[in-house]
Each structure stands twice: as structure tokens, then as C-alpha cells.
Design a protein around this ligand. Structure first.
Ligand code: ADP
Length: 266
């Protein structure tokens, strides 16, 4: 619970003091704080790979490096460059999803094609280290193919990245209570309950070093949240540390753009 901060002016009026509340600054302050945090986090995330690249470039400028060392440095610099690219792409995706100038235009979504594509990408990322299965048994929906691909792709890639080799991942699409349900289940590292309600915050990570090792930008679930807001969807997260997780998305068959969308986080 936050204390509310109201901007008040005390003004004299007909020999009496009147209190005039001009606006509630609590919300403005909260948004400003979130914006500051976002800029600080994003700058930090970009600075880390850039520091590595600049460091290696300085070494490369010196004479006498053998070819093998030079090749190893180039490989590391390329990896860090890709990390920056990935982060900037996710930041641009998020800002587009939040923009009122970029409303979601619902089209019929070919769910078979979408799910096959999500499974194909997950298998490519897994490189044979996991058993990935797909069940599609539900109707098509109205929505944005591109946005749903981005949301489901993030959930599936998280399942791969947070499941040790040899684990299982199951992707499901089915009819559910007049709408549809997309579920990703994994037998991965799981998440303890105290983290669950914060996972869709930008740059929130349970384990920072692990997320970096596994090429995470920290924005995946924030993107999922915004895509679901635009599709009137809900997200449910069931997880047990050490056992695995299930991320369940429910969508209406027809995306209805809500005036004040709310995300149900269980
Ligand atoms: P990241 O790029 O760090 O993976 P996300 O926003 O996609 O960022 O996820 C936020 C955090 O949620 C991750 O850092 C990780 O700690 C946790 N997480 C997400 N998906 C899973 C999963 N399937 N299993 C375990 N932890 C997960």
C-alpha cells in the first residue's frame, strides 16, 4: 500500500481558507519512477556488453596478438554485439506495444501455422537438448499474428532456457471456456512463489547471472504482458522451484480491445 500524495493549495476565499486539491501526484510519481528505473536498467544492460566490446577493441589495437587469440576475441565481441541487438529489438517491441499510435489490428490468426512456428523456433534454440512436444486442438482466434508469435515465442524460449538438458517441454493449444488456452509446461528449474507476481516487470529476474548466461534480455515477460493486454488475455503462472513451470495464457476467440485492460496474474 502506498501513501497517496496530493497536490493541495490553500487559498483564502471570502475570509475563509479553502483547500483546493489540484491533482493526485501519486500516479504521476509512480510513472515517473518507473520511467527512471527503466532508463537506468536499460543503460546498465547496454553498457555491460559495450564495455566488453570496447575492451577487446583496445586490446586488438595493440600489436602482436596471435591469430587464435584474435579469433577468440572477435567471437566474444560478436556475441556481445548480438546481445545488444537483441536488447534493443526487445525495447523497440515493448515501446511499440505500449504506443497508442500503434493499435492492435485483429486479423484471423492461423493457429496451426503459429504453433508450428513457435515449436520450430523452440527446437532450434534447444538444439536437441530437450524433448519438445506440441498439441494443437483448438480453434483459430482473431488477433495479431506477429504479436502472438512474439508472446508465445518468448514463453517457449524461456521454457528452453530455464530447463536443463534432458528436460521436457510441452506446448498446448486448446479450446477453453468459450475461448482458447495456450500452455507451455516445462520440467525446468521452476520459480519460488515470492517471485511470481513480479516476473512481468521489466528487467525483473530471479537470478541475474543465469538469465545473462542464457541470453535473456529481461524483457520477455514484459512483452508477453503487453501483448496479452492488447488481446484481452490473461496469464497464469504455476511453478515449483526445482520441479518446473507452467505458463498458461487464456484468450477470447475475438480480441476485444479493452478501455482499461487488466492482467490477471495468479
Ligand atoms: P529473461 O530474459 O531474464 O528470461 P523474462 O522477462 O523472459 O526475462 O523472464 C523473467 C524471469 O522469469 C527470468 O529471468 C527467470 O528468472 C524467470 N523465468 C521465466 N520463465 C521461466 C521458466 N520457464 N522457468 C523458470 N524461470 C523462468
Amino acid at each position: 500500500f502506498r501513501e497517496r500524495k496530493l497536490i493541495v493549495h490553500i487559498i483564502p476565499f471570502e475570509n475563509r481558507r479553502q483547500i483546493l486539491v489540484t491533482h493526485d501526484a501519486t500516479e504521476t510519481e509512480r510513472i515517473e519512477e518507473m520511467r527512471r528505473d527503466f532508463i537506468a536498467n536499460a543503460s546498465h544492460e547496454l553498457r555491460t556488453p559495450l564495455t566488453v566490446i570496447v575492451g577487446f577493441l583496445e586490446i586488438a589495437a595493440q600489436e602482436g596478438l596471435d591469430a587464435a587469440t584474435r579469433a577468440a576475441h572477435l567471437k566474444l565481441m560478436t556475441e556481445q554485439g548480438h546481445r545488444m541487438q537483441h536488447l534493443i529489438e526487445d525495447m523497440l517491441t515493448l515501446s511499440r506495444l505500449e504506443s497508442v499510435d500503434y493499435p492492435m489490428r485483429p486479423d484471423p490468426v492461423d493457429v496451426h501455422q503459429l504453433m508450428e512456428q513457435v515449436a520450430r523456433d523452440a527446437r532450434a534454440l534447444s538444439a536437441g537438448k530437450h524433448e519438445i512436444t506440441l498439441t494443437v486442438d483448438g480453434p483459430n482466434v482473431m488477433g495479431s499474428y506477429e504479436e502472438l508469435h512474439s508472446a508465445f515465442g518468448n514463453l517457449a524460449s524461456n521454457a528452453v532456457r530455464y530447463t536443463p538438458a534432458g528436460g521436457k517441454i510441452h506446448l498446448v493449444w486448446k479450446e477453453h471456456e468459450g475461448g482458447v488456452k495456450f500452455k507451455v509446461e516445462d520440467t525446468g528449474i521452476g520459480i519460488s512463489p515470492e517471485h511470481i507476481s513480479r516476473l512481468t516487470e521489466r528487467f525483473y529476474r530471479v537470478d541475474k547471472s543465469r538469465s545473462r548466461e542464457t541470453q535473456g534480455t529481461g524483457l520477455g515477460l514484459a512483452i508477453v504482458k503487453h501483448v496479452l493486454l492488447r488481446h484481452s488475455g490473461t496469464l497464469q503462472i504455476k511453478s515449483e522451484a526445482g520441479k518446473g513451470s507452467a505458463f498458461i495464457v487464456c484468450l477470447p476467440k475475438t480480441a476485444v480491445v479493452q478501455q482499461q485492460p487488466e492482467l490477471l496474474l495468479h
